[in-house]
Design a binder for this molecule. Structure first.
Ligand code: 5GP
Length: 193
């Protein structure tokens, strides 16, 4: 049996990774989602074990120590990481899994899983990105400025990815990613085989 595909959806904060990922999972229900661990506080409506595994700093450091994370990154003052076992078990069972993570983490996954499919989600423009981060209303001005400067550095790493998808419209962006997954499954020398 061939392994599943590891799909990494990355790109700057505010580009709409979460929204696109949620819409994509509805469109492709067999796609398994990797729930990350984080030390950030839950936002309104977020649930433990669904959106994230919310951890204290101590618990998170313990996960790192025990090598339970495939990758982790510090992002705007909090830790985020991908639980390793779930990803490996899913791939070994032949199912596709999607990781929705920031750029540093995505590049660490690439070192360990070069056979992964790395998709960079782009905003239509930087102005549009700033509007989206501000519009979310969950961040203060200093955090917005910080996220924008991180975003510009992140976009400069685009060349290290396999695919670039512009998130001009959610349905269209999902359709493009779904097409990438279908095409990757049709490859003669698929990266997952
Ligand atoms: P937020 O706080 O807005 O939920 O997420 C902040 C950033 O962390 C987003 O870019 C999100 O994609 C990223 N992120 C979420 N989970 C992980 C993870 O497990 N690892 C890494 N490296 N980044 C993550």
């Amino acid at each position: 049996m061939s392994k599943g595909l590891l799909i990494v959806l990355s790109g700057p904060s505010g580009v709409g990774k979460g929204t696109v990922c949620t819409a994509l999972r509805k469109r492709v229900p067999e796609l398994i989602y990797s729930v990350s661990a984080t030390t950030r506080q839950p936002r309104l409506g977020e649930e433990n074990g669904v959106n994230y595994f919310f951890k204290s700093q101590e618990q998170f450091l313990d996960m790192i120590e025990k090598d339970q994370l495939l990758e982790h990154a510090e992002y705007v003052g909090n830790y985020y990481g991908t639980p390793r076992d779930f990803v490996e078990e899913t791939l070994n069972s032949g199912k596709d899994i999607i990781l929705e993570i920031e750029v540093q983490g995505a590049l660490k996954v690439k070192e360990k899983f070069p056979e992964g499919i790395f998709v960079f989600l782009l905003p239509p423009s930087l102005d549009e990105l700033k509007d989206r981060i501000q519009g979310r209303g969950t961040e203060n001005q200093a955090t917005i400025e910080h996220r924008m400067s991180v975003a510009e550095q992140e976009i400069s790493l685009l060349q290290q990815y396999d695919y670039a998808v512009v998130n001009d419209e959610i349905d269209l962006a999902c359709k493009r990613i779904e097409s990438i997954i279908i095409a990757e499954h049709c490859k003669i020398n698929s990266k997952s085989k």
